[in-house]
Design a protein around this ligand. Structure first.
Ligand code: GTP
Ligand code: MG
Length: 198
């Protein structure tokens, strides 16, 4: 798969606007500001494919990117951002839940969690939801460059206690700054989208 052949495809603000799946999709989920857009830019070698912002809540729509005519990369809106109006929150959760519960060709969900902190209640709710829905997923720990070796060890031990079924979940430590984890994520994307084609 040529990861450089990734283009913006479409953006949807309402679940009902999303057309039926025509290719396998790899979706990126996580709280606002966790680094979803930065990760997508890094994986696909593009500076501004997805909008990065220090202001949380930047990605308020579901954004589809098409990779090499093989699969869609789906940037879900970040959840858990307190400072937005309640009806906006309802729209966001409707979008995310609608997307994940519809009968779509979702090959994998990459659940992003900020490596510096214990998972939020929303993160744990999301993981629970993915387990219950039997939706294949992996966890990507983001912003790994911000921790020392010791802090990383402590956090990984913490996650093992805090996240249910931790030993059964594939995890990737990632940094959009150093590029750690990029190759692993690319090979997972290739693996899950090609399996589906057989
Ligand atoms: P929303 O679109 O609001 O949901 O946020 P997002 O999850 O797309 O986060 P985004 O990629 O916009 O990044 C949020 C902030 O974190 C920005 O200031 C990024 O520069 C920073 N950031 C993202 N990834 C990393 C990383 O791996 N390391 C460091 N040091 N900073 C990062
Ligand atoms: Mg974003």
């Amino acid at each position: 798969m040529n990861f450089n052949k990734t283009e913006f495809y479409a953006s949807y603000g309402q679940f009902k606007q999303i057309p039926e799946s025509e290719k396998p999709e790899v979706a990126f989920s996580g709280r606002s500001n966790v680094g979803k857009s930065s990760l997508i830019n890094k994986i696909f070698n593009r500076k501004n494919l997805a909008r990065v912002s220090s202001v949380p809540g930047k990605t308020a729509t579901i954004n589809f990117y098409s990779t090499d005519n093989i699969c869609y990369i789906v940037d879900l809106p970040g959840y858990g951002y307190a400072k937005i109006a309640k009806d906006e929150k309802v729209r966001w959760s409707g979008l995310i839940e609608g997307y994940l519960t519809a009968d779509r060709d979702i090959a994998l969900v990459m659940q992003l969690i900020d490596m510096r902190h214990p998972p939020s209640a929303d993160d744990l709710h999301m993981i629970d939801f993915l387990v219950e829905a039997e939706q294949p997923f992996v966890i990507v720990f983001t912003k790994a460059d911000k921790l020392s070796k010791k802090q990383r060890e402590e956090r990984m031990n913490g996650f093992a206690e805090e996240i249910p079924y931790f030993d059964q979940i594939e995890t990737i430590e990632f940094s959009a700054v150093t590029g750690e984890g990029v190759e692993k994520i690319r090979s997972i994307i290739e693996e899950v989208t090609q399996q589906e084609e057989q």
